[in-house]
Write a protein that binds this ligand. Structure first.
Ligand code: SAM
Length: 234
Protein backbone atom coordinates (compact mmCIF):
# COMPACT_ATOMS: atom_id res chain seq x y z
CA UNK A 1 0.00 0.00 0.00
CA UNK A 2 1.14 3.52 -0.73
CA UNK A 3 1.12 4.82 2.85
CA UNK A 4 3.33 1.91 3.86
CA UNK A 5 5.80 2.59 1.08
CA UNK A 6 6.45 6.21 2.10
CA UNK A 7 7.52 5.58 5.72
CA UNK A 8 9.35 2.44 4.55
CA UNK A 9 11.39 4.49 2.11
CA UNK A 10 12.08 7.09 4.80
CA UNK A 11 13.35 4.38 7.15
CA UNK A 12 15.61 3.05 4.42
CA UNK A 13 16.98 6.50 3.66
CA UNK A 14 17.57 7.37 7.31
CA UNK A 15 19.19 4.14 8.42
CA UNK A 16 20.43 2.52 5.25
CA UNK A 17 19.25 -0.69 3.63
CA UNK A 18 19.97 -3.88 5.55
CA UNK A 19 22.01 -6.53 3.84
CA UNK A 20 19.68 -9.05 2.23
CA UNK A 21 22.39 -11.71 2.42
CA UNK A 22 22.27 -11.99 6.20
CA UNK A 23 19.84 -14.34 7.94
CA UNK A 24 17.67 -13.33 10.88
CA UNK A 25 19.48 -15.58 13.38
CA UNK A 26 22.78 -13.87 12.57
CA UNK A 27 21.18 -10.42 12.74
CA UNK A 28 19.68 -11.34 16.12
CA UNK A 29 23.07 -12.36 17.57
CA UNK A 30 24.54 -9.13 16.22
CA UNK A 31 21.77 -7.15 17.92
CA UNK A 32 22.45 -8.88 21.25
CA UNK A 33 26.19 -8.18 20.94
CA UNK A 34 25.40 -4.54 20.20
CA UNK A 35 23.13 -4.31 23.25
CA UNK A 36 25.85 -5.80 25.48
CA UNK A 37 28.48 -3.42 24.08
CA UNK A 38 26.18 -0.39 24.45
CA UNK A 39 25.37 -1.31 28.06
CA UNK A 40 28.97 -0.51 29.06
CA UNK A 41 29.98 -1.50 32.59
CA UNK A 42 26.50 -2.84 33.47
CA UNK A 43 25.63 -5.45 30.83
CA UNK A 44 22.34 -7.34 31.16
CA UNK A 45 22.44 -10.80 32.77
CA UNK A 46 23.10 -13.88 30.67
CA UNK A 47 19.47 -14.94 31.21
CA UNK A 48 18.31 -11.70 29.56
CA UNK A 49 20.73 -11.86 26.66
CA UNK A 50 19.91 -15.54 26.07
CA UNK A 51 16.20 -14.69 25.99
CA UNK A 52 16.76 -11.83 23.55
CA UNK A 53 18.93 -14.13 21.47
CA UNK A 54 15.96 -16.47 21.08
CA UNK A 55 12.97 -14.17 20.50
CA UNK A 56 12.44 -13.45 16.82
CA UNK A 57 11.98 -9.69 16.98
CA UNK A 58 11.43 -9.47 13.21
CA UNK A 59 8.12 -11.30 13.74
CA UNK A 60 6.90 -8.60 16.16
CA UNK A 61 7.13 -5.68 13.72
CA UNK A 62 5.05 -5.01 10.59
CA UNK A 63 6.27 -7.28 7.77
CA UNK A 64 7.51 -4.29 5.74
CA UNK A 65 9.91 -3.50 8.62
CA UNK A 66 11.07 -7.08 9.26
CA UNK A 67 14.51 -6.40 7.79
CA UNK A 68 14.97 -3.62 10.34
CA UNK A 69 13.78 -5.81 13.22
CA UNK A 70 17.28 -6.30 14.66
CA UNK A 71 18.40 -2.69 14.63
CA UNK A 72 18.90 -1.31 18.13
CA UNK A 73 16.06 1.16 17.72
CA UNK A 74 12.34 1.47 18.43
CA UNK A 75 10.04 0.81 15.44
CA UNK A 76 6.42 1.74 14.72
CA UNK A 77 3.84 -1.02 15.24
CA UNK A 78 0.74 0.95 14.18
CA UNK A 79 -1.90 2.90 16.12
CA UNK A 80 0.76 5.48 17.03
CA UNK A 81 2.63 2.93 19.18
CA UNK A 82 6.14 1.50 19.09
CA UNK A 83 8.08 -1.64 19.94
CA UNK A 84 10.76 -0.52 22.43
CA UNK A 85 14.45 -0.24 21.58
CA UNK A 86 16.24 -3.55 22.33
CA UNK A 87 18.64 -1.91 24.80
CA UNK A 88 15.67 -0.58 26.76
CA UNK A 89 14.01 -4.02 26.75
CA UNK A 90 17.29 -5.49 28.03
CA UNK A 91 17.65 -2.87 30.77
CA UNK A 92 14.05 -3.15 31.99
CA UNK A 93 14.07 -6.96 31.96
CA UNK A 94 17.40 -7.00 33.77
CA UNK A 95 16.18 -4.60 36.46
CA UNK A 96 13.26 -6.93 37.22
CA UNK A 97 15.70 -9.78 38.11
CA UNK A 98 13.25 -12.35 36.73
CA UNK A 99 13.65 -15.94 37.95
CA UNK A 100 12.36 -19.20 36.52
CA UNK A 101 9.36 -19.58 38.81
CA UNK A 102 8.21 -15.95 38.61
CA UNK A 103 4.84 -14.55 37.68
CA UNK A 104 5.23 -11.20 35.91
CA UNK A 105 2.70 -8.51 35.00
CA UNK A 106 3.33 -6.27 32.00
CA UNK A 107 1.32 -3.11 31.30
CA UNK A 108 1.41 -2.21 27.58
CA UNK A 109 1.55 -5.42 25.50
CA UNK A 110 2.11 -3.54 22.22
CA UNK A 111 3.64 -6.02 19.78
CA UNK A 112 4.10 -8.71 22.47
CA UNK A 113 7.91 -8.65 22.13
CA UNK A 114 8.70 -7.68 25.72
CA UNK A 115 6.19 -10.29 26.91
CA UNK A 116 7.97 -12.95 24.83
CA UNK A 117 11.37 -11.99 26.28
CA UNK A 118 9.90 -12.26 29.79
CA UNK A 119 8.20 -15.55 28.93
CA UNK A 120 11.57 -17.06 27.99
CA UNK A 121 12.69 -16.60 31.61
CA UNK A 122 9.59 -16.46 33.85
CA UNK A 123 7.02 -19.15 34.58
CA UNK A 124 4.08 -16.98 33.53
CA UNK A 125 3.45 -13.55 32.09
CA UNK A 126 0.23 -11.53 32.32
CA UNK A 127 0.06 -8.59 29.94
CA UNK A 128 -2.56 -5.85 29.52
CA UNK A 129 -3.07 -3.76 26.36
CA UNK A 130 -5.52 -0.88 25.99
CA UNK A 131 -5.66 -0.79 22.14
CA UNK A 132 -7.87 -3.68 21.08
CA UNK A 133 -6.32 -4.53 17.66
CA UNK A 134 -2.80 -4.50 19.14
CA UNK A 135 -3.89 -6.80 21.96
CA UNK A 136 -5.57 -9.17 19.51
CA UNK A 137 -2.60 -9.24 17.14
CA UNK A 138 -0.18 -9.85 20.01
CA UNK A 139 -2.36 -12.68 21.35
CA UNK A 140 -2.40 -14.43 17.95
CA UNK A 141 1.32 -13.80 17.40
CA UNK A 142 2.38 -15.19 20.77
CA UNK A 143 0.12 -18.22 20.40
CA UNK A 144 1.46 -18.99 16.92
CA UNK A 145 5.05 -18.66 18.20
CA UNK A 146 4.32 -21.08 21.04
CA UNK A 147 4.36 -18.68 24.00
CA UNK A 148 1.63 -20.49 25.90
CA UNK A 149 2.74 -19.05 29.25
CA UNK A 150 1.59 -15.53 28.27
CA UNK A 151 -1.96 -14.34 28.92
CA UNK A 152 -3.15 -11.09 27.41
CA UNK A 153 -6.10 -9.02 28.54
CA UNK A 154 -7.61 -5.93 26.90
CA UNK A 155 -8.18 -2.97 29.20
CA UNK A 156 -6.65 -0.19 31.24
CA UNK A 157 -3.51 -1.57 32.84
CA UNK A 158 -3.54 1.17 35.50
CA UNK A 159 -5.75 -1.12 37.55
CA UNK A 160 -3.55 -4.19 37.08
CA UNK A 161 -4.85 -7.76 37.11
CA UNK A 162 -6.12 -8.29 40.69
CA UNK A 163 -7.35 -11.87 40.15
CA UNK A 164 -3.85 -13.01 39.16
CA UNK A 165 -2.00 -10.97 41.83
CA UNK A 166 0.38 -10.91 43.61
CA UNK A 167 3.21 -10.61 41.05
CA UNK A 168 6.94 -11.15 41.55
CA UNK A 169 7.62 -8.35 39.09
CA UNK A 170 5.67 -5.63 37.27
CA UNK A 171 6.88 -3.84 34.15
CA UNK A 172 5.10 -0.80 32.74
CA UNK A 173 6.06 0.00 29.14
CA UNK A 174 4.27 3.37 28.82
CA UNK A 175 5.06 6.54 30.75
CA UNK A 176 2.85 7.34 33.76
CA UNK A 177 2.65 10.50 35.85
CA UNK A 178 2.90 8.45 39.06
CA UNK A 179 3.19 4.85 40.24
CA UNK A 180 -0.38 3.46 40.02
CA UNK A 181 -1.42 2.47 43.57
CA UNK A 182 -3.27 -0.66 42.33
CA UNK A 183 -0.01 -1.93 40.77
CA UNK A 184 1.94 -1.30 43.95
CA UNK A 185 -0.70 -3.23 45.87
CA UNK A 186 -0.41 -6.17 43.43
CA UNK A 187 3.39 -6.36 43.79
CA UNK A 188 4.60 -9.15 46.11
CA UNK A 189 6.73 -8.21 49.14
CA UNK A 190 10.28 -8.67 47.86
CA UNK A 191 9.10 -7.83 44.32
CA UNK A 192 10.27 -5.21 41.84
CA UNK A 193 8.48 -2.82 39.52
CA UNK A 194 10.07 -1.00 36.58
CA UNK A 195 8.15 2.01 35.33
CA UNK A 196 8.90 5.13 33.26
CA UNK A 197 7.58 8.26 35.03
CA UNK A 198 7.05 11.67 33.46
CA UNK A 199 4.91 13.57 30.96
CA UNK A 200 5.00 12.85 27.20
CA UNK A 201 7.09 15.79 26.04
CA UNK A 202 9.12 16.25 29.21
CA UNK A 203 12.06 14.29 30.54
CA UNK A 204 10.91 10.90 31.73
CA UNK A 205 12.88 8.71 34.09
CA UNK A 206 12.92 4.96 34.30
CA UNK A 207 12.24 4.13 37.95
CA UNK A 208 12.94 0.98 39.89
CA UNK A 209 10.40 0.48 42.69
CA UNK A 210 11.14 -2.19 45.28
CA UNK A 211 8.70 -3.57 47.82
CA UNK A 212 10.73 -4.88 50.72
CA UNK A 213 9.76 -8.13 52.50
CA UNK A 214 8.29 -6.00 55.35
CA UNK A 215 6.05 -4.20 52.83
CA UNK A 216 7.96 -0.89 52.84
CA UNK A 217 8.59 0.67 49.43
CA UNK A 218 11.66 2.41 48.04
CA UNK A 219 12.30 3.79 44.58
CA UNK A 220 15.22 5.16 42.62
CA UNK A 221 15.81 6.82 39.26
CA UNK A 222 17.69 4.69 36.76
CA UNK A 223 18.07 6.83 33.64
CA UNK A 224 16.22 9.23 31.33
CA UNK A 225 14.00 7.49 28.77
CA UNK A 226 11.31 8.32 26.22
CA UNK A 227 8.07 6.33 26.15
CA UNK A 228 4.58 6.80 24.74
CA UNK A 229 2.11 7.85 27.47
CA UNK A 230 0.06 5.54 29.64
CA UNK A 231 -3.45 6.36 28.46
CA UNK A 232 -6.83 5.38 29.83
CA UNK A 233 -9.54 6.92 31.95
CA UNK A 234 -7.91 6.62 35.35
N1 SAM B 1 5.95 -3.71 25.39
C1 SAM B 1 5.62 -3.38 24.04
C2 SAM B 1 6.32 -4.26 23.04
O1 SAM B 1 7.13 -5.10 23.43
O2 SAM B 1 6.04 -4.11 21.85
C3 SAM B 1 5.86 -1.94 23.70
C4 SAM B 1 4.89 -1.08 24.40
S1 SAM B 1 4.54 0.48 23.69
C5 SAM B 1 6.00 1.39 24.03
C6 SAM B 1 3.37 1.01 24.93
C7 SAM B 1 2.07 0.26 24.89
O3 SAM B 1 1.31 0.61 26.05
C8 SAM B 1 1.19 0.60 23.69
O4 SAM B 1 0.84 -0.55 23.00
C9 SAM B 1 -0.02 1.28 24.32
O5 SAM B 1 -1.22 1.06 23.61
C10 SAM B 1 -0.04 0.62 25.68
N2 SAM B 1 -0.79 1.35 26.70
C11 SAM B 1 -0.83 2.70 26.92
N3 SAM B 1 -1.62 2.99 27.97
C12 SAM B 1 -2.07 1.79 28.44
C13 SAM B 1 -2.92 1.42 29.52
N4 SAM B 1 -3.48 2.32 30.33
N5 SAM B 1 -3.16 0.10 29.72
C14 SAM B 1 -2.61 -0.84 28.91
N6 SAM B 1 -1.81 -0.54 27.87
C15 SAM B 1 -1.53 0.76 27.64
Amino acid sequence: MKWQFVPGALFALCWGFPSYGEDYAALRQKMVAEVIAASGSAPPSSAVTAAMGKVERHRFVPSWLALFGYRNQPLPIGYGQTISQPIVVALMTDLLRVKGGDKILEIGTGSGYQAAVLAEIAKSVYSIEIIEPLGQQATERLQSLGYHNVQIRLGDGYYGWPEAAPFDGIIVTAAASHVPPPLLKQLKPGGRMVIPLGASFMTQYLMLVEKKPDGSVSSRQIEPVRFVPLTGGH
